[in-house]
Design a protein around this ligand. Structure first.
Ligand SMILES: Cc1cc2nc3c(=O)[nH]c(=O)nc-3n(C[C@H](O)[C@H](O)[C@H](O)COP(=O)(O)OP(=O)(O)OC[C@H]3O[C@@H](n4cnc5c(N)ncnc54)[C@H](O)[C@@H]3O)c2cc1C
Length: 463
């Protein structure tokens, strides 16, 4: 066991988006900041990999980056960027070329980065609901900055503005798909944050997630930050009620003053030898296909598409079948890149970890194929030309893949069932960042890294 000679000011577990953002923020105020990442690649839930002799770069998660438009509200994208010392333009996040869609039987709404598009779409299909929608739109801003949620159930919250069950279901759908971390419903406050991020402030995308991660990594290193990869933290050494050191699986011991963890509340508790939080159940099955021509030529003229097979869906994943009731589609090359983007089409559905087992490898592969075929069958109903086009390369991943590459128990994609909100844990120098603080999504995780660093690490230092 080797101990680094000088203790670190801040030790951060995980080089996902929250860990990188926290690293950059802390490195502006402290000399010795280290990020420890278990994997060789950065990004965690939103990472990348190569297929077929490195000729295809797949971003496993990137459907969209929210909060695209500048806003006057306090915690908009520009404040996050200012805190990171980055210029939004330098991230090369491009707006969509095509609108996005929400579809349920008998309902098709469109939205893009101009919020009037959604309002007009609602006015055309639900003329008597427009006033209610305008009130919801105005209330979302207040709700998202409130300390407490006004409603425990986002469906109830929506019903205080909207009478039509179809419109309630349509407006809840993209938000639930984009960040609902627990089954049943999320509360009105998180609903409002996600609704505002996605449907009001709009979306964009870098050409792949690697370019964004490279930019964050370069900024962290330019500030003198240290990055250790391929080295999981095996445990925290806790003495007299404080974390003294992070002990790496290779035996290295990183003593430090403050620790930030993006490993999740349950996993962070386990690293301390205790039990915190409750594991989540929301994971994903995803199919990615790479095509030899632009997706628009295959009739895919949506950027994002949230589709439900029925109006009275419940936000519960049955766990005993392919859950094709709610599907998210994303068309990577339908953003306005200066050069052609990757023609990658992604189809995602929610899935329970408990449905999957690696005990029999052949059975596991067959199950993935069956899931993909069923999703593709539903998809051809929306995009018939796709049925005739063979992808150059395809890939499938299950909740087990997510768990393997992120170490999140159960392969959860939006974290566990308990959020810490202020980042604090029972140990005064150990804090939670990312999904389990409540910052879900790419921008949510980055905001979380900045916010917790400011509140718990930087402000107390200068007090
Ligand atoms: C398929 C999919 C699609 C998505 N699409 C979008 C999208 O389009 N837009 C969007 O905004 N969001 C999307 N998300 C959600 C978004 O990716 C996450 O909310 C966000 O990336 C979470 O970041 P994080 O830093 O909290 O956690 P993570 O990304 O999970 O980072 C945690 C890091 O910690 C590392 N780690 C864990 N344990 C240890 C340990 N013991 N030692 C060292 N390192 C450790 C992990 O390897 C990981 O790199 C998607 C997620 C998935 C899975």
């Amino acid at each position: 066991m080797s101990t680094d000679a000088q203790p670190w000011d801040v030790v951060i577990v995980g080089a996902g988006l929250s860990g990188l953002a926290a690293g950059i923020r802390c490195a502006q105020f402290f000399k010795r900041v280290v990020i420890v990442e278990a994997h060789s690649k950065l990004g965690g839930l939103n990472s990348y990999y190569h297929k077929v002799d490195r000729s295809h770069l797949f971003s496993n998660g990137l459907h969209t980056v929210t909060n695209f438009r500048p806003t006057s509200r306090r915690w908009g994208r520009d404040l996050v960027m200012r805190n990171l010392g980055l210029d939004w333009e330098s991230l090369e996040i491009r707006p969509p070329r095509y609108p996005s869609r929400i579809s349920l039987p008998g309902v098709s709404l469109v939205f893009d980065n101009d919020p009037r598009v959604l309002e007009e779409s609602i006015a055309a299909r639900f003329p008597s609901e427009v006033d209610g929608y305008r009130r919801l739109f105005a209330a979302v801003e207040r709700e998202s900055v409130a300390a407490q949620a006004s409603h425990a159930d986002c469906f109830e919250y929506l019903r205080t503005f909207i009478g039509s069950p179809e419109l309630v279901a349509a407006l809840a759908l993209p938000v639930l798909c984009y960040g609902a971390y627990q089954e049943g419903a999320i509360d009105s406050r998180l609903f409002a944050i996600l609704f505002r991020s996605l449907l009001i402030e709009g979306c964009g995308s870098p050409i792949d997630i690697k370019s964004l991660l490279d930019r964050l990594q370069a900024r962290f290193k330019a500030l003198g930050g240290e990055l250790i990869t391929r080295s999981p933290v095996a445990s925290f050494s806790v003495e007299s009620g404080r974390v003294r050191a992070a002990v790496l699986a290779d035996g290295r011991v990183l003593e430090g003053a403050r620790f930030l963890s993006s490993a999740g509340l349950c996993e962070t508790g386990r690293l301390c030898g205790t039990q915190w939080g409750r594991p989540g159940t929301i994971s994903v099955f995803q199919w990615i296909g790479a095509y030899d021509r632009p997706l628009e030529q295959l009739g895919i003229r949506d950027t994002l598409h949230f589709a439900a097979s029925c109006v009275d869906y419940t936000w519960r994943i049955p766990g005993d079948r392919v859950f094709s009731d709610l599907i998210t589609y994303s068309a990577n090359d339908n953003y306005a890149y200066p050069q052609p983007g990757h023609a990658h089409f992604k189809i995602s559905c929610f899935s329970h970890y408990s449905e999957w087992s690696l005990a029999d490898r052949a059975a596991y592969e067959a199950q993935k194929r069956r899931y993909a075929d069923e999703l593709l069958k539903v998809t051809y109903g929306y995009y018939p030309a796709l049925a005739e086009a063979k992808p150059l390369v395809e890939d499938l991943f299950s909740p087990l893949t997510v768990e393997r590459y992120t170490r999140h128990p159960g392969g959860t994609i939006y974290g566990g069932a308990v959020k810490t909100w202020d980042g604090r844990t029972a140990i005064p120098n150990l804090f939670i960042i990312g999904n389990d603080q409540g910052g879900v999504g790419i921008m949510g995780a980055m905001t979380s890294g900045v916010l917790v660093s400011n509140l718990q690490v930087i402000l107390p230092k200068s007090a």
